[in-house]
Design a binder for this molecule. Sequence first.
Ligand code: DC
Length: 219
Amino acid sequence: MKKFNMAVDGTSGVGKSSVCDIIADKLNMTHLDTGAMYRCVALYLKEGNTNLEDLSAVESALDNVHIRFDGDKVILNDQDVSKTIRTNEVGMMASKTSALAPVRTKLVSLQKEIAAAKGYIVDGRDICSVVLPDAEVKIFMSATAEARAQRRYKEYVSKGMEVDYKQILDDINQRDYQDSHRAISPLKKAEDAIEVDTSELNIEQVVNKILDIIKEKVD
Ligand code: DC
């Protein structure tokens, strides 16, 4: 199989990251989780109390953001933030700060640079349309808000966390709304992306479906 890139978009909680991790492993490719990058920026802006209304302040703060991946670890300015960025709070913040033009400009150009070498599976919201419009394989993963809330609820409960299903569903709906209604690069399926509805599928079935699509598109 020749070296190729795969772009994967989808709503929050649809399972993009887990699926991309497994496929990257199977095909010996590198998974670039762009959501983690937006989460790092959100964390940095919050910790620095940056005024989000002041775009030049945001722009100068961004000059000090250095993100790198070390295996499974996400490193922000030499600090391992892998766990900190996964909280719901940082996710909600990332949904807000990712709507800011300077944030998108910086991260999109970084992502394009990284994936230029090919062999990447890049997941996010604007990958098929903006970051890698020429990717050999383009996937849009979807699932109903209820299916995603159920999965997240089960995941939290299995970790012994006390959670409220209704709250999880409300948060998912709110993030869907924010991500798909922002002015710049709102989440939407690119015309030439293949939709994979995961509502009724388990991870293995989703992985197999995407592997079949890859086989068809790449020789
Ligand atoms: O996929 P995630 O939940 O880790 O993403 C966190 C937030 O970052 C999400 O609400 C929207 C934003 N995001 C984006 O705008 N563009 C991307 N390519 C990836 C994530």
